[in-house]
Design a protein around this ligand. Sequence first.
Ligand SMILES: Nc1ncnc2c1ncn2[C@@H]1O[C@H](COP(=O)(O)OP(=O)(O)OP(=O)(O)O)[C@@H](O)[C@H]1O
Length: 428
Amino acid sequence: MENVQAIKQRFEIIGNDPKLNRAIEKAIQVAPTDISVLITGESGVGKENMPRIIHALSHRKHGKYIAVNCGAIPEGTIDSELFGHEKGAFTGATSTREGYFEVADGGTIFLDEVGELPLTTQVRLLRVLENGEFIKVGSSQVQKTNVRIVAATNVNMFEAIEKGKFREDLYYRLSTVEIMLPPLRERKDDIHLLFRKFSSDFAHKYKMPPIKLDDDAVQLLLRYRWSGNIRQLRNIAEQISVLETTREISLATLRSYLPEEGTNLPAVVRDKKPESDFSNEREILYKVLFDMKSDLNDLKKLTMELMQNGNTSKVQESNKGLIQRIYGNPAEENGHSFEDRPSAVIPSPKITHAEPVIEHHLDDEDDDDDNYLFAETVEEEETLRLDEKEIELIKKALERNKGKRKAAADELGISERTLYRKIKQYDL
Ligand SMILES: Nc1ncnc2c1ncn2[C@@H]1O[C@H](COP(=O)(O)OP(=O)(O)OP(=O)(O)O)[C@@H](O)[C@H]1O
């Protein structure tokens, strides 16, 4: 059997914490079986590594590995994404499409954020788990697939079950074996190790000497809560690497990069966020401007296409997502919207040596950007500035809400799914 150290090296996993080692050991043990595995742990703890290990060490390693972010797929399209659809199943279904469960036959599917699956999809998933059967949307024909399922969640599944948001039977089917990844704050010995690794990576990337923390800064690093876990630590290391001119980082400097630790006090004192939390007019204006700018750019794209090609079905087809977003789609209200996909297949660059991976596109429309002449430098700069503002807005909202995505999304006036997409898009 592969040993833990070798796996850490192969998958570039840093850390020596016993709970991390145990998690990797479990992944190695279950890999050769077809047992369903549920990975649990807070956001940013490194859950995505586990299914990659399991797949790579399994007899399915030459089969496909598809990672799907269930939290990022619009509810109206999720069944079609996972199980496929028949031509004519709904408006926009112009041809038959294979879903991930069909494509991944003989391989592994990683269902990240599985707790976000709608109940109707949970029923379909249960059927796949029980007897390997599924039915395409709009079809009556039962199909078979042989897929190993690894799922992950950062929500408390028992709470979700209690609230009726997740089926208990599905939970038990998914979690034959559970692998728990500890939060970073419980891996004290790994924090500085990870920071040094990221500092060295960013020094290499940005071609400058690595940053180094002085002793007091190290103490703060170890004391800090790291509610965003390794993802947050990595971002902080990157920011400091890029923005600081001196390479020796003091306590004060490090502190200036760390969002205020959420003491419980303000949360207890205010049961509802005061309006002023998001009432900075400039922020609101940036947000409105950003939305308008995106719509305008999208409309320009569409106009250009129409001018070049006329209102052909090809134009409509290639701009389906855009047309739907700007003008709405009556089908969506019926839960049969097809577009805005493929939105949530997580890229897995580290595993490309073994098998094909379906690439993800956060935003279909953006793919054609290069074709449009109107994208002048000035506009690009504006868009960039707006992107920065959007990132700033999201970061602030997350900080204010102590990393709680639901609350941050509410504050920003966007859906949790959209926020999730943005976090992935900007790697926040
Ligand atoms: N042990 C590790 N060593 C080095 N980098 C790591 C380690 N664990 C995680 N990372 C990095 O931390 C980031 C977050 O990891 P990952 O996306 O797997 O978290 P997650 O638990 O799946 O989060 P979420 O629930 O939000 O999807 C990634 O950039 C990943 O490469």
